[in-house]
Design a protein around this ligand. Sequence first.
Ligand code: HEM
Length: 528
Amino acid sequence: MSLNATFKSFILPEAFSAEALGNFNVSKSASTLCLTLVVLYIYRLFLPSPKGSIKQLGGFPVTTAWTFFSKRTDFILGHFKASAAPHFRFQVLQHQVVALRGEEARKAFFDSKSLNFTEGYKILFGAAPRLQDITINTHNDVSWFNKHILTLLGKRRLTEMLPSLLEDVNVRMIGWGKKGCFDPFKNIYDVRISLKAALESQLTVLQLVFQMTVRMASCSELAEDRTTLDELQKLYWQLEKSSTPTALLLPWFPGPAKKRKRTATKELFTKIYDVAEARRKAAVPSSDAVDVLLGQGQSTTEVVEFIIGAIFAGIVSTGIISCWALVYLASDEEWMAKAKAEVNALIDKHTNTLSTESLSRRLATIPISAWEDEMPVMEAVIRETLRVTLTNTLLRRNVIDELSVSNGTIQQGDFVVYNVADVYLNSEIYTNPREFDPGRYDPGREEDKKSTFGFKRPRKGRHPCTGMKVAKLEIKVIVTMMLAGFDFDIVDKNGKHITKIPVPDRNDIHQARPVGDQCFFEFERIVD
Ligand code: HEM
């Protein structure tokens, strides 16, 4: 007998029998309702798991689901801390969700054919705009997107695009002036900040990443026109912020937030569509991504779908990692010195040091192979920044068959979640896991090799990150331009050097910005 059937036959007949209804009075019915809820609560707490041998969390599904959306990392890590089991089960709306941990679970999560990536992110994530909401049919499959990323963001195109990327960053950085101070994590469309702060935060690292991503994934009309770019950014941040717990839990609720999201999605779509359509009609195609996609026979709608996908897949992660890499370097003399020495060596080896050209032009002569293979210090810094700051919960849905993981049964239709803190912040794998220590990957230590998927998660399993190559190039471009072009320090709001390194907000599903007091970069331009 199912849980539902059992529950009905025990509780409901007595509470709502004809006799009870005949003697209806308000206080009696209220106390009956309370009693019913209490019994339901106790029933859920003490009854064994209804499915397989995975323990079901007690409590009310609505509260559980709310915490899963509002404090996701604390929710998952907290429940695992309270028990030794490798999994637990809970309910989000009508969906069953299984949280996993441990090496065996990790292997199954990343390798099982039955665990579907797209279906997992569809309901439980929700940051990207859904073009279906504005009645546009889309590819419901990440492999279509991946295929285009691999051609558009491959080595040949990165080589072609590098000078423009560096120039974009250079132009923005010239706008910062010779000296100043800014909060690297702010975006100019943050509704919580004042106008003055908004103007100051025109100087942000996230803007650099936004422009580079638009440049790589679309065309110069969008990447070079500051007004259009600002409008796109504004819509982007509006949509980013629209994935609140309420919006995710009640996607059908026709409130103003839903209307705003739909309007922003439509506006974003139309702006990009118009530019792509004009490109379709242009007499001579360029080498920009839009023209490459059109040349491959993609419709204008498909081109827009790709651009929006690329913007939402990469900007926040790449931007936040760039910010944190700079924060950690500014807080760590030893690694700052190593990173600067590496950048200087690269410049000496691959550029004309006697040239009077701008720093960005000289950096553009460094071949892509050198950016990728001759920066081991920067690679270790990026890798360590990813490990320390990102504690994402990865999502899947079991679409094919019942699956057994760590002696627990995952039913067909169940969602499955895995928080990467299980490995990244695991003290059995990493010494002092919350500390920034890029040396832990050096020969002789190699802490990442202690466990399956100990690191390089984005590159392993069935869904390795197809945008990681371009993300790393963007991060390296930003960090290199900062190290070679500026002296900078990390300071508090009074301009005092910060000795206590900020910590990321692990519960923010999208942006792991620092918790607590704001931090700033105080900078001075030393090379133009
Ligand atoms: C530092 C920046 C980035 C980080 C930390 C990151 C991280 C990840 C991670 C952890 C996954 C695996 C998710 C899972 O298994 O559930 C992933 C997948 C993916 N990423 Fe990234 N990513 C970054 C940048 C980008 C960029 C710039 C793009 C595209 C322009 C991108 C596109 C994708 C795609 C398409 C997938 C899914 C691949 C598949 O399912 O086959 N990512 N990323």
